[in-house]
Write a protein that binds this ligand. Structure first.
Ligand code: ZN
Length: 174
């Protein structure tokens, strides 16, 4: 397993729409393994392939807490079939928007269709943190970040901050 580089906003790549996966093969499983390793290393609880520069509709999630046994979940071509009319609010962050957090409302339940790690068709009724996490990751597949739900002013401020951080990081690398 390889830890891959996570793209950070502002990055045009993060804004593109990811393409559906045709077949779940060894290469795709390697991508999923790498994504999981990258997510654990970050650390984070969810990651979309586009965040490591691969525009495919693949996400990985693991909501297990520190000290608990790991319980990775893999979603290929995830599709929300229906979602609840009630919202849940979480303070969200994102590995591609480091150090920034904001309260975001999303449907508190969603019914999902997807392919698993072995390419089998699956369905899942998610709620609570899992429902929020899945919706956050599916947004990535559409080129959407959680900061897009904030006011224009707040979003601009966050992107400005991230741009500055990026510049100083590059200076050290050079
Ligand atoms: Zn994210």
């Amino acid at each position: 397993m390889t830890i891959r580089k996570i793209l950070v906003e502002p990055d045009k790549f993060l804004r593109q729409k990811s393409k559906p996966v045709d077949i779940v093969d060894k290469d795709l499983q390697t991508l999923m393994d790498d994504m999981l390793e990258t997510m654990y290393n970050a650390p984070g609880i969810g990651l979309a392939a586009i965040q490591v520069g691969v525009p495919k509709r693949v996400i990985v999630i693991d909501l297990s807490r520190d000290g608990e046994e790991k319980s990775p979940m893999y979603f290929v071509n995830p599709e929300i079939v229906s979602s609840s009319n009630n919202d849940a609010t979480y303070e969200e962050g994102c590995l591609s928007v480091p150090g920034q957090f904001a309260e975001i409302d999303r449907p508190d339940k969603c019914h999902l269709k997807f392919l698993d790690y072995n390419g089998n068709k699956k369905e899942l009724k998610a709620e609570g943190l899992l429902a929020t996490c899945i919706q956050h990751e599916i947004d990535h597949l559409e080129g959407i970040l959680f900061i897009d739900y904030l006011s224009k002013l707040k979003k601009t401020m966050i992107i400005k901050k991230l741009s500055k951080q990026k510049k100083s990081i590059e200076r050290i690398v050079v």
